[in-house]
Design a protein around this ligand. Sequence first.
Ligand code: HEM
Length: 365
Amino acid sequence: MASAARTASRAFLRSTPATSSFRPAARSTRFAIPANGLRASPRRGYASEAGPEKSGSSFGIWALGLGALGGGAYFYLNGDSASSLNKPFVPTQADYQKVYDAVAARLSDETDYDDGSYGPVLVRLAWHASGTYDKETGTGGSNGATMRFAPESDHGANAGLKTARDFLDPIKAQFPWITYSDLWTLAGACAIQELGGPTIPWRPGREDRDVAACTPDGRLPDAAKDQRHIRDIFSRMGFDDREMVALIGAHALGRCHTDRSGFDGPWNFSPTVFTNEFFRLLAEENWIQKKWNGPKQFTDKSTGTLMMLPTDMALMKDKGFKKHVERYAKDSDVFFKEFSDVFVKLLELGVPFKTEDRFVFKTSE
Ligand code: HEM
C-alpha cells in the first residue's frame, strides 16, 4: 500500500523539518481554479458535469454550441461504460478525478517495485515528456506524448521510462477517452500529491501526435555536466534560475538505476515521500566523490548510502543557484509553493489550451 510505504519511509526521515508535511488548504477542494490562481466557482469553465449524455435529441445543437465556444469537448463514440453507443462523451472534472483516483489506487496497490512506489518514475515520465520543449520553435513539450515512439523512446535520457508508460496502460484502457499526453501529466501531478507533495493544479487539453512530432535527442539535461548546461537546457524551456532549482528539487523522490542512467542510489532516506530533504542534504552534508567503477557521482560522507549527481552538486557551486538551494533547505513551505507553481508551468509548456481553469484533484485518504 502506498500509505504503508509512506509510513515506512517517513520512519527513515532523519530530521525533516516539521513544516515538511505542509499541504495548501485548497488541496481537498474539487473546484476548478483559474490559471491566475484565484478560485473560481465550482463547475465553471472547462466542462459542465451535466454532460450531453443527458441532452438526448438536442445533442447536435449542443455540440455545435460547444465547438463554437471552443469548449474543448471530446467525442468518444464507443466503449465507455458511462456513455451509451454513438453518444458523445464530454469529460468533466469529475471524470478526470476518476482517472486521478485510478492512478492513485494503482500506486497504492503496486508496491512491489523499487522503494515501494511507482510514483517517482511517474514524475520522471511527466517531466521527460514536458522537458523537450523549445520556446523558440514551439516544438516538444507534453503535447503529443511522442515518447510512445522510437526514436524518442530510445533516447538515452528516457531509459527506464517504459516502466512508467506500461504502468499507465491499464488506466488508459479503463479511460480510453483521455489522451496519453493528458494521462502522463495527470499521473505526474497525482504522484506528487500522493507522495505527500503540494497540490498540482492541472488542466486538460493535450492532444496526442504521431511519430513525426518526435523531438531530436539531446533536449533533456545530461547529469554529468555543470551549471552552464543546466542554464542552457532550462532556459530553452523558458525557466529562470529560481525555477530551475525548484524543479530539480523533485530529486527528493526516487533513485538512480545503473541499468538506466548508469548512476546509482537515492538522494535521501525517504525516496517515496516528497520533502525538501534533497536541498537540506545538499546544503548540509559533506559530499565526496564516490569511488567506484561507474560514472562520476557523489556520496554523503556520513553514511555513504546517498547520492548526488554532478548537476545536483553544480547547484551549490553556482551563486545564482545556491541561494535558492539554501532558501528551500530552510523552508519547506516555500519550496512546496514554488515547486507547485513551476511544475504546473512545466507540464503546460507549449500546450494550446482552450481553458484557463485548472482542476485541483482530491488526494486519496
Ligand atoms: C539538471 C537536471 C536534471 C538531471 C541532469 C536529471 C537527471 C536524472 C537522472 C540521471 C536520474 C536517474 C534515472 C535512473 O537511473 O533511473 C533522474 C531521476 C529522477 N529525476 Fe531527474 N534530472 C534532472 C531534473 C529533474 C527534474 C526537473 C525533475 C522533475 C521535476 C526530475 C525528476 C526525477 C525523478 C522523480 C527521478 C527518479 C526516478 C525514479 O526513481 O525512477 N529530474 N534524474
